[in-house]
Design a protein around this ligand. Structure first.
Ligand SMILES: Nc1ncnc2c1ncn2[C@@H]1O[C@H](COP(=O)(O)OP(=O)(O)O)[C@@H](O)[C@H]1O
Ligand SMILES: [Mg+2]
Length: 225
């Protein structure tokens, strides 16, 4: 049986705008198994990034629990959250988020945990993502697609349990966007990660295993194939 690597249980979150309280997520639950690639869609402002930030231990929910590989990590300290994020979660953002003064290989090297026993090899990742030629290059010399693929390599380098991608294809044209989503899928399947991708791009949804939609602060199953 597949292991549940990411679990959100009864998560609620509201933002306070002065005296006003605005509910963003209301009693949302989600589980993602190893090797599963799920998509979350929903209009702008519906709470997709909020949900991903909670899953990634960047933001605390008002109530509910976050479990990683079966372990409830909700109430850990900020310091513990930072550690868990580095070791067990790989992030991919819309705008690659690479550091401008580092070559591709160093973008990976600086975040690579030396203690990780089953370290994923940079060489393998760069080959699989077809960016070996970018190894010694700075982001300014790389195309949008190459930069996004370097960001994918970086997300996988510490062999995390969970991959979280927030609109990873939004800055790319249709063809490059699809290629990036295909590569995320292929790494997720090969390396048995639990992956959540937030996206607006309906043309790449066929690459995912399950689609959810945030609607009125609730997470609903949109389609399953
Ligand atoms: N730190 C914050 N404080 C107050 N409101 C916020 C904050 N972050 C996001 N919001 C609001 O919460 C809503 C959901 O935001 P977000 O999760 O970024 O949506 P999405 O990613 O689906 O576009 C938006 O209306 C946004 O303006
Ligand atoms: Mg967002």
């Amino acid at each position: 049986m597949s292991k549940t690597m990411l679990e959100l249980v009864n998560i609620s979150k509201a933002y306070r705008d002065g005296t006003e309280k605005r509910q963003i997520l209301d009693d949302v639950s989600l589980s993602v198994n190893e090797g599963e690639f799920i998509a979350i869609v929903g209009p702008s402002g519906s709470g997709k990034s909020t949900l991903l930030s909670i899953a990634g231990l960047l933001l605390s929910p008002d109530s509910g629990k976050v479990l990683i590989a079966g372990e409830d990590v909700t109430s850990r300290s900020r310091r513990e959250h930072t550690k868990l994020r580095r070791r067990r979660i790989g992030f991919i953002f819309q705008n690659h988020d690479l550091l401008p003064y580092l070559k591709t290989e160093d973008q990976l090297a600086i975040i690579q945990e030396k203690s990780q026993r089953d370290k994923v090899k940079t060489d393998d990742l760069l080959r699989e993502l077809d960016i070996e030629n970018c190894r010694g290059q700075f982001p300014s010399k790389m195309s949008g697609g190459e930069k996004q693929r370097a960001a994918i390599a970086r997300a996988f380098v510490n062999d995390p349990d969970v991959i979280l991608a927030d609109e990873p294809t939004a800055s790319l044209d249709a063809e490059r966007g699809r290629r990036v989503a295909e590569m995320i899928r292929s790494e997720v399947k090969k390396r048995k990660k639990a992956a959540v991708m937030v996206t607006h791009d309906t043309r790449i949804l066929d690459l995912t295993d399950k689609i959810y939609r945030i609607d009125n602060c609730k997470l609903i199953t949109y389609e399953q194939h």
